[in-house]
Each structure stands twice: as structure tokens, then as C-alpha cells.
Design a protein around this ligand. Structure first.
Ligand code: GTP
Ligand code: MG
Length: 196
């Protein structure tokens, strides 16, 4: 259970992130997949991270300090069709630098929309993380939006695709920011990471 969550800083330059003096976990995934909503659900705060029905809401690297002990980071989404090439390249530069250079980063959660069939862009991003040695786990979001059966079908398809690329199955979680499903499992896992 998280007791205290406070906003620290937003920026576009990974070099301006707070001093890496404590463990850090980050949330990433396609635009609109539910990163900011998941952060609010985990921290029991309605509007700590800004959410929107329109994709492309989060544009910056947002640091939150949790229980004075670790950092939680909300990142902008990838795969937002409406951005121009310059913005896209800027995003890639910012995110790849952050993910590969941030020395206190102990976990990156890649969010996947549980309603969708496996998406190329997500698989490619996970592959990139794997080759760069970024420590990733998967969170399947929006599980409240369809039947448990459908969610499971999509997850199994995604994991099958993952196994075609990687040797092993990654750690994964199934969540709903609406109902709070999956919260305890995910928080337990995060606590394990930040307490190491
Ligand atoms: P960007 O910042 O634009 O990359 O998006 P994001 O990944 O941070 O998504 P955000 O949390 O802003 O959520 C996008 C939309 O999906 C909002 O309308 C949320 O209310 C909705 N949403 C997010 N998670 C869930 C969920 O678990 N269930 C349901 N039903 N809706 C959700
Ligand atoms: Mg967001």
C-alpha cells in the first residue's frame, strides 16, 4: 500500500531528472493504453498523473516520489499516429536515453491494451528493451472492458508472440484502473523491486 505520493518534476531532458539517489520504476506503452490511470490507481490518487480520453496527453518525463523512498515515473506514450516525424524522433531520443541511461531504474512496466490482438509496435518496443537490457515486465490494462475469457485469449496470443521472439515468458500482470483488479499483485512486485 502506498501512503504518500508527491509530484517532483516534469521534463523533456533525461539529464534533468532528479538525483538518482533511490530506486525508480517507470510506466510506458502506447498512447491511451492507461499509464497515467494505472499510476493514479496504484497511488490511490484521482489526479496525481493527468489522464485524458485523447491520446498524447502525457508529453514529459514525470517523476513522483513515493513514500519518500522511491520514484515512480509516468512517460509519454508511443505510437500516436497524429504526431509529425520531428516530434516522433524527439520522443524516441528522449525515451531511449532515459531508459538506457537512468542508473537507478530497476523496473520498466510496458503496458499493453488487453482488448487488442498483439500489436507490432508493442512487440518491437519489447524487443528493443530486451536488446538494450532494460528490465521489463508487462501490464495488460483495461481488463474491465471485456469478458475475462476475451482478456485471457488476447494475453495468451500476446505471450505466444513473445515466446517466438524471446526464450522466456516475461513477468506479467492483468489490471483494471476502473475496478482496481491486479493492484495488489502489481504493488507487491514493485515493492520487491524497490526494496532490493
Ligand atoms: P497518454 O498519456 O496519452 O500516453 O495516455 P495514457 O496511457 O496515460 O492513458 P490514460 O491513463 O490517460 O487513459 C486513457 C483513457 O483510457 C482515459 O479515458 C482513461 O479513463 C481510460 N482508461 C485507462 N485505464 C482504464 C481501465 O483500466 N479501464 C477503463 N475502462 N478505462 C481506462
Ligand atoms: Mg498519460
Amino acid at each position: 500500500m502506498i501512503h504518500k505520493a508527491e509530484f517532483v518534476v516534469s521534463n523533456t531532458n533525461p539529464g534533468n531528472c532528479p538525483k538518482p539517489d533511490r530506486a525508480e520504476v517507470a510506466f510506458i506503452g502506447r498512447s491511451n493504453v492507461g499509464k497515467s490511470s494505472l499510476i493514479n490507481m496504484l497511488t490511490n490518487r484521482k489526479e496525481l498523473a493527468k489522464t485524458s480520453q485523447k491520446p498524447g496527453k502525457t508529453q514529459l518525463i514525470n517523476h513522483f516520489k513515493i513514500d519518500d523512498r522511491w520514484f515512480l515515473v509516468d512517460l509519454p506514450g508511443y505510437g500516436f499516429a497524429k504526431v509529425n516525424v520531428k516530434v516522433k524522433l524527439g520522443w524516441e531520443q528522449m525515451i531511449s536515453t532515459y531508459l538506457t541511461k537512468r542508473e537507478n531504474l530497476c523496473g520498466v512496466f510496458v503496458l499493453i491494451d488487453s482488448r487488442l490482438e498483439p500489436q507490432k509496435i508493442d512487440l518491437e518496443f519489447l524487443l528493443w528493451c530486451g536488446t538494450e537490457g532494460v528490465p521489463t515486465a508487462i501490464v495488460f490494462t483495461k481488463a474491465d472492458k471485456q469478458s475475462k475469457n476475451k482478456t485471457q485469449q488476447n494475453i495468451q496470443k500476446f505471450l505466444k508472440k513473445m515466446r517466438e521472439i524471446f526464450e522466456e515468458t516475461p513477468d506479467y500482470f492483468v489490471t483494471s484502473s476502473e475496478t482496481g483488479d491486479g493492484k495488489d499483485e502489481l504493488l507487491d512486485f514493485i515493492m520487491g523491486l524497490v526494496n532490493e
